[in-house]
Design a protein around this ligand. Structure first.
Ligand SMILES: NC(=O)c1ccc[n+]([C@@H]2O[C@H](COP(=O)([O-])OP(=O)(O)OC[C@H]3O[C@@H](n4cnc5c(N)ncnc54)[C@H](O)[C@@H]3O)[C@@H](O)[C@H]2O)c1
Length: 387
């Protein structure tokens, strides 16, 4: 089995380690440590000889101020280098990547350099892609600091950048040697980014775990209050789901597409709005539209659709981007999605909350433009939590 969970008691709380193994590539094992105070205890996640290693931290300017300076101090014996960039999706591009790579080359970083990505999904994707390509590949550790990066982007080895033609279109599968999920980092995370990440966890539960979907719904206030135990439960369960999926299908030939539920429409919205909506908020609208498509295609019950709609209503997800958008523009944007085959966009469809529809084990299915347009119009016509 590829998913081993080891619990060990510490003074502060239970610390968990989930080990991701990819049987198709025997050598790849990635421990994911989940706990508190992990930035202060690098001996738990760095190699034994870390003091002798050339360590490079890549982060954004916001995270640099809050955690980067602290990590530099903790690791000072290794004299680490830190490179930061302007926060946000607009930095996840080839220019930022090249600028950092040139600085690493100037600083004499070689193939033994260990890279630490400290930040949200933008830092993780961009810096992970630097790790994948710098001198044809160096080791890196993901240290996610947003909920989105903890539950999703730091696990699974997808790295990449955006180009004018679309999001994440250039990149590589490159597994980190370890992921360090330090839950304390969420204390400084603004609520909007907490919700942004929660949407990705809700996506995992919509497709894989009805009980956890209900748990999020029931404990929503405690999530928004950032109660550690509730957050840890959600993070752990979402990571377990992701690890199970990735260990069976690292390169998204079929099963991993399950993680794209909500993302075909979500990515299209991000592209059409020039990334002015946060990823999780675009995916939330995508989940609603793709759940509606699942309902219109005769799979998802109206009760289950309503449960998803009600949860996003409570989270005050704005549907304005959809209300003001031309359906054709969205459909057009879905056509550059990486999941298209034979020029046909394919969707992950829900059979019920916690289970996706699959036919002969095929996870993503073609849907007619008529159904997509109907779903876009019906969801766009809904009242949202902000009104
Ligand atoms: N690789 C994957 O499998 C995968 C999966 C899902 C999403 N993604 C990618 O993730 C990206 C979105 O990631 P994100 O939502 O984390 O965005 P982000 O990295 O831009 O972080 C959001 C904001 O929060 C700030 N921040 C980060 N940690 C903080 C903290 N602890 N306290 C206070 N502020 C903090 C950042 O500076 C930034 O301004 C998208 O580019 C998306 O494509 C990748």
């Amino acid at each position: 089995m590829s998913d081993i969970v080891v619990n060990k008691k510490t003074e502060s709380m239970i610390e968990t380690q989930i080990v991701m193994k990819i049987p198709a590539r025997n050598a790849i094992v990635c421990p994911i440590q989940i706990g508190m105070n992990l930035l202060a205890t690098p001996e738990k996640w760095l190699p034994d000889d870390w003091q002798k290693k050339r360590i490079v931290i890549i982060t954004d300017e916001t995270v640099h101020k809050i955690y980067g300076k602290y990590l530099l101090e903790v690791l000072k014996e290794a004299k680490p280098l830190l490179f930061s960039f302007i926060p946000g999706e607009q930095s996840k591009n080839a220019q930022t990547k090249l600028a950092i790579e040139e600085k690493m080359l100037e600083a004499g970083c070689d193939r033994q350099t260990l890279l630490l990505t400290l930040g949200g999904g933008v830092v993780g994707d961009l810096a992970g892609y630097i790790a994948a390509t710098y001198m044809r590949g160096i080791s890196y550790i993901q240290i996610p600091t947003t909920l989105l990066a903890m539950v999703d982007s730091s696990v699974g080895g997808k790295t990449g950048i955006n180009v004018p033609q679309g999001k994440n279109l250039i990149g590589a599968f490159w597994q980190p040697v370890c992921v360090v999920v330090n839950i304390d980092c969420l204390k400084s995370l603004p609520e909007i980014h907490l919700i942004n990440g929660l949407v990705e966890a809700i996506k995992m539960f919509c497709t894989n775990d009805a009980e956890y979907f209900k748990y999020v719904d029931k404990e929503l206030n405690r999530v928004l209050q950032k109660e550690t135990t509730v957050l840890k439960n959600i993070i752990e369960r979402a990571i377990q789901i992701k690890v199970n999926v990735v260990s069976h299908d690292e390169t998204e030939s079929n099963l991993r597409m399950i993680l794209n539920f909500g993302h075909t429409i979500g990515h299209a919205l991000e592209q059409v709005t020039h990334y002015s909506i946060l990823h999780g908020y675009a995916v939330a609208i995508g989940i609603l539209v793709e759940a509606k498509i699942s309902h219109l295609s005769g799979f998802l019950s109206v009760e289950d659709y309503n449960a998803i709609e009600s949860l996003f209503y409570k989270l005050k997800i704005s549907l304005n981007p959809l209300k003001t958008m031309d359906c054709d523009a969205i459909i057009q944007a879905t056509k550059v999605d990486k999941k298209i085959r034979n020029n046909q966009v394919r969707f992950v469809l829900l059979q019920r909350i916690g289970k996706v529809y699959h036919e002969n084990d095929i996870i993503a299915h073609p849907v007619s433009d008529e159904i997509i347009i109907k779903a876009l119009k019906e969801v766009g016509g809904m009242q949202d939590g902000r009104q």
